[in-house]
Design a protein around this ligand. Structure first.
Ligand code: NAD
Ligand code: DAU
Length: 348
């Protein structure tokens, strides 16, 4: 059986990717390596843990000795690397944590892959999952393409940009077979409630203020997480060696419009009077270095690999809201303990 390592598979996107690979590829032996930080949650993948082609390993990608030994033992043929510190606001308060995991952690994986593959790169692939934030901030009309110069503005995006550069450098210098994708904002089930959509769903349920940064006119391009998982599957199997692909939802929203839509939908779902949830909207101090607009030109992955989003925003948002309303226990578990401390510090 072909051994494939997925890192960060207990997190938001990783859990959907792991599920897709474990269920769609019974001839692969899938290893999910995750340190189970605050963002990692085994409840996200409890439904697949019994499957015979799946193994969970708790481990930290910043631990070079562990990673080296792990690769030597398992002799992976493919790596799909999602493990990361992923929240921009946390990167502003603790940038070094992002350097450690996103840069050093990625380096450890690259070194270990290079070491076990050095005599034969045939059939091997290092797939690095990145973000559109590495391109910086857009004006009102242009789009990020694969050749847009990197111009990161937050410690998070700087750390992701750095890791992307190292992946490319290992390809150029050592011939390591790699592929990179840069995706826009994901949303959907299992999204940790520190990010805009799940945070606001949680706050609406619990009648807490909805903290909109600045004037709320910042724009993001939203993609349903299962469509990202489909794209990752396609790129892993059919993407060109040493290529990068942008992935996006063709779905731009100013934050304030998105929040108002969410409020309307939540009022209906919760049986509240129209206009109830929007009263919770509170404009708060802006995020430092806040990127004005992200928007992806996903035509390369569309023309070369035939991928496009399959879920409309309307459908995706409905499914997401329903998921949170039906998974109260999940929400309670992830919003207890340290989450409360984070929330106080970030929003007090
Ligand atoms: P997440 O924060 O939900 O999950 C990250 C996972 O990585 C968690 O399970 C965590 O436990 C694990 N992890 C963190 N540090 C680790 C370490 N040192 N060793 C091992 N595991 C560790 O993140 P996400 O939103 O699912 O993002 C996954 C990847 O996709 C990231 O690389 C992120 O940069 C990228 N990405 C995210 C989005 C988005 O909208 N969420 C968009 C584009 C790209
Ligand atoms: O673009 C891809 C990126 O999308 C990923 O690489 C990141 O991992 C992911 O976290 C996300 O980054 P953003 O910063 O765009 O997502 P976030 O949900 O934190 O914020 C979305 C927008 O909403 C942004 O303009 C900031 C704003 N916002 C966010 C929060 C948490 C608010 O106005 N209030 C909030 O409380």
């Amino acid at each position: 059986m072909k051994k494939i390592l997925i890192t960060g598979g207990a997190g938001f996107i990783g859990s959907h990717v792991v599920r897709r690979f474990v269920t769609n590829y019974p001839t692969y032996q899938l290893f999910n390596l995750d340190a189970l930080t605050y963002a990692g949650n085994l409840e996200n993948i409890a439904d697949i843990e019994h499957l015979p082609n799946y193994t969970f390993v708790k481990g930290d990608i910043t631990d070079a000795d562990f990673i080296t030994a792990f690769f030597q033992k398992e002799q992976f043929e493919g790596v799909i690397h999602l493990a990361a510190e992923s929240h921009v606001d946390r990167s502003i308060t603790d940038p070094l944590a992002f350097v450690k995991t996103n840069v050093i952690g990625t380096m450890n994986l690259l070194n270990a892959a290079r070491e076990i593959w050095k005599n034969d790169f045939a059939g091997k692939r290092f797939y690095h999952i990145s973000t559109d934030e590495v391109y910086g901030s857009l004006g009102s009309t242009d789009l990020f393409t694969e050749t847009t110069p990197y111009d990161p503005n937050s410690p998070y995006s700087a750390s992701k940009a750095s890791s992307d550069h190292f992946v490319r450098a290992y390809g150029e210098t050592y011939g390591l077979p790699y592929v990179i994708t840069n995706c826009s904002n994901n949303y959907g089930p299992n999204h940790f409630p520190e990010k805009l959509i799940p945070l606001f769903i949680h706050n609406i349920i619990t009648n807490k203020p909805l903290p909109v940064y600045g004037d709320g006119k910042y724009t993001r391009d939203w993609l349903y997480v299962l469509d990202h998982a489909i794209a990752i599957d396609l790129v892993f199997h059919q993407g060109g060696n040493h290529e990068t692909y942008n992935i996006g939802g063709f779905n731009e929203w100013q934050n304030i419009d998105l929040v108002k839509l969410l409020c309307q939908k939540m009022d209906k779902k919760l049986g509240r009077m129209p206009g109830t949830s929007s009263q919770l909207i509170t404009y708060v101090k802006d995020r430092p270095g806040h990127d004005l607009r992200y928007a992806i030109d996903a035509s390369k992955i569309n023309t070369e690999l035939g991928w496009k989003p399959s879920v409309t925003f309307e459908e995706g948002l409905e499914q997401t809201i329903d998921w949170y309303l039906n998974n109260e226990v999940w929400l309670q578990h992830v919003t207890s303990g340290d989450y409360q401390k984070y929330y106080e510090k970030q929003y007090s």
